[in-house]
Design a protein around this ligand. Structure first.
Ligand code: ADP
Ligand code: MG
Length: 695
């Protein structure tokens, strides 16, 4: 057995390899670009490209690709081989600095929301040297950003990098005020916990809904669901354990810090968590993790489902975005620290996050809005569509004391004095018990729990970083002018708590009473993508995002359109798949069962005077359900036809929400009733019990 320490990162052109293969001068220059964003000289790029190529060829690679994250949600790549003809008829392997730094994928098929006029269909990709290149399937992958020729972002990486830079700028201003001179940069880190389902591949192939849409569009609940709660603590099945071991190995080779793996709440559901990393790298790695998860599954004759809601009535899959802010000196700014000064700084950053989440609830909500996640948010398993912040009782009590200018705790006589008093120690245990909160403080980081399992983490982090940068900007503007820093700080934190405490909620987020309470507090509750997405274009959001240079106005409008387009296209494909399955598979199967049962009645009646009560009742019920399915299918067919006539995206998204989805629900309800009483042998595809318990 090879040792993990030996093969970890073996497919990554990381710092070790750079040091070993580049001249000192080139290495230092590249490091400056990575750490400080200084522009890269073409001679340096050439030297790096040559070293990368030699290393990649040594590892068996023949091609390279600029790997990028278009707004479709999946990653894109176009492979070019290194070969170049030599005069003597042979080939040589070439890769220049120019090819490393800039690529021109034929990008006309990627959505741009009208940003890129058709006459200049080409955008370009630009190397992101802060994220290491790697080899996968014989190809050298170069992480890149994707822009139009006029400089507009056509991907998720560009705005993510911009949002990290915005937060860095503002946080640095704050740290200066606290006399923190050593810090050179501030970065956000993310550890995304990834949930997924595994199903048997042969069964998967029999289901058009899974194949076409990634989720089941029909399916009656099995006799045993997750009521028993025995899966979570259960041991991992051998076939799954083999998959997980294989997956870990593949991820480790790619330098991805896959750390924990375990079963999840639902049967066939599992989770993988990496060790956290800088946000843009975490985003690249999560994207890569999702790809590798699916690829490795096939080797085990399994399919990895990343859909948010593959099975109705069974827990869906999410992705917990653990997020923190830290300095290049290794200080976590969301950690309360030990001294009064550290505590005061912590409380200011905490206040900035609370204010950010309250001011930009809508941006956070819509950053996780997709057709798939709509099935999950607000259901009894995932946080509601309402955003709130969980702080835990201890920390909330501290904030209450500051707000009321009262002593904290029972023993102290004096009121809380920031910068003088030491905060009590918060035990992680006390802060980490609430699993129903969409945005929870967990001791030294926040956990944003609304992301869907298939979401790119970029969108959520772009909006989160931007919103926090905006709080910090406002804080810095005030504090920089203050004559008495400590007093100004105290007043600012107090005022922020007063103004934004409505967003703090420590109770059960799944409770209906909370939704009513949230409404009273004036919090947003956008239930669907169609409700949430248009708010990205609200004036306050456009102003904030553009003022920090994260998006241009045109980029914001294009993003709204692309996200809504994804939503309507996804649902439309589901509707069409349902029609196909109902017409060609389900109705014929149930009709056959009804016909066979009916002919059994006539046979039985011809040999005896049997009443055939059971069969008669069954045939009557089946016949009624067949009619119900037929009608519901006709209705859905009409709606699918009408959908095609709607040209504009906003009315189309409302039509999908108000007409198409309810019609799909109706068809499903009828079909699920039929499935529950149709003999298994007649059914054209495997039912829930086989899928969920078949691995
Ligand atoms: P759980 O949420 O299951 O209790 P942990 O709190 O240990 O698990 O960690 C969950 C995820 O949070 C992991 O991916 C971990 O790397 C990440 N994480 C831990 N500390 C930080 C941090 N300071 N910033 C961002 N992510 C973090
Ligand atoms: Mg967690």
């Amino acid at each position: 057995m090879e040792k993990v320490t030996e093969y970890f990162g073996s497919m990554v052109f990381d710092d070790r390899i750079m040091k070993a293969t580049l001249s000192e001068k080139v290495y230092k220059s590249l490091k400056r670009t990575i750490d400080r964003g200084t522009p890269l000289d073409i001679s340096v790029a050439n030297a790096v490209a040559a070293a990368m190529k030699d290393w990649a060829i040594e590892k068996g690679a023949t091609h390279y690709t600029h790997w990028f994250q278009p707004m479709t949600g999946v990653t894109a790549e176009k492979h070019d081989s290194f070969i170049s003809p030599a005069p003597d008829g042979r080939v040589i392997m070439e890769f220049s600095g120019k090819e490393l730094v800039k690529g021109e994928p034929d990008a006309s098929s990627f959505p741009s929301g009208g940003l890129r006029a058709t006459f200049e269909a080409r955008g370009y990709t630009a190397w992101d040297p802060t994220s290491y290149a790697f080899i996968k399937d014989g190809t050298l992958y170069i992480p890149t950003a994707f822009c139009s020729y006029t400089g507009e972002a056509l991907d998720k990486k560009v705005p993510l990098l911009r949002s990290m830079e915005a937060l860095n700028r503002q946080a640095m201003r704050i740290l200066k005020l606290f006399g923190n001179d050593k810090v050179k940069s501030v970065r956000t880190s993310v550890g995304p916990e990834q949930e997924y389902f595994l199903v048997d591949r042969d069964m998967f192939k029999k289901r058009k809904d899974l194949v076409m849409t990634g989720r089941t569009l029909f399916g009656a609940m099995p006799p045993k669901g997750q009521e028993m709660d025995d899966h979570y603590f259960g041991s991992i099945k051998p076939r799954v354990a083999e998959y997980m071991a294989d997956l870990d190995k593949e991820l480790w080779k790619l330098g991805i810090l896959a750390k924990t793996k375990h079963n999840e709440v639902a049967p066939a559901q599992h989770e993988l968590a990496p060790i956290y990393d800088t946000t843009n790298i975490a985003a690249d790695h999560n994207q890569l993790t999702m790809e590798v998860m699916q690829k490795v599954a096939l080797r085990h004759n399994l399919v990895c489902l990343l859909h948010e809601k593959p099975f109705a009535g069974v827990n869906g899959s999410g992705k917990h975005n653990n997020w923190s802010i830290s300095t290049d000196q290794g200080e976590n700014l969301l950690s309360p620290g030990e001294t009064p000064a550290e505590n005061a700084q912590f409380l200011l950053f905490l206040a900035a996050v609370i204010k950010a989440v309250d001011d930009y609830q809508d941006l956070l909500r819509l950053s996780v809005a997709t057709a798939g996640n709509d099935h999950r948010l607000g259901a009894n398993e995932a946080p509601p569509a309402v955003i709130s912040v969980f702080l835990g009782d201890e920390l909330t009590a501290v904030l209450d004391a500051i707000e009321a200018d009262k002593p904290y705790g029972g023993t102290k006589k004096e009121k809380m004095q920031l910068g003088v008093d030491v905060l009590p120690k918060f035990s992680k245990d006390a802060t980490d018990r609430n699993r129903t909160s969409p945005f929870a403080f967990t001791g030294n980081k926040f956990e944003f729990r609304m992301l869907g399992s298939s979401n790119s983490i970029s969108c959520a982090n772009i909006h989160l970083n931007a919103a926090v940068a905006e709080s910090l900007r406002q804080f810095a503007d005030k504090l920089e002018k203050a004559k008495d820093f400590n007093k100004a700080l105290h007043d600012l934190i107090r005022k922020t708590i007063k103004e934004h405490k409505r967003i703090i909620f420590n109770g059960n987020g799944y409770d209906d009473a909370w939704i009513a309470e949230a409404k009273k507090r004036g919090l947003c509750n956008y239930k669907t993508t169609a409700d949430a997405m248009p708010h990205i274009c609200d004036k306050k959001n456009v102003e904030m995002l553009t003022s920090h240079g994260i998006f241009t106005e045109a980029e914001i409008f294009s993003r709204r359109d692309i996200m809504l387009e994804n939503y309507v296209k996804t649902v439309n494909i589901e509707a069409v798949t349902m029609i196909d399955m109902a017409r060609k598979e389900i109705i014929p199967a149930v009709a056959k069962f009804a016909a066979d049962t009916a002919s059994a009645v006539s046979v039985k009646k011809s040999v005896s005077k049997a009443a055939c009560k059971y069969e008669t009742r069954l045939v009557t019920y089946l016949t009624a359900l067949i009619d119900e399915m037929d009608e519901a299918t006709s209705t859905l067919e009409g709606i699918a036809a009408e959908f095609k006539t709607i040209a504009d995206i906003m009315p189309a998204s409302e039509f999908v929400r108000d007409k198409m989805l309810p019609a799909m629900d109706k068809l499903r309800a009828a079909a699920d009733k039929a499935e529950a009483i149709t003999a298994e042998d007649y059914y054209p595809f495997p039912a829930y019990d086989k899928l969920l318990f078949g691995v």
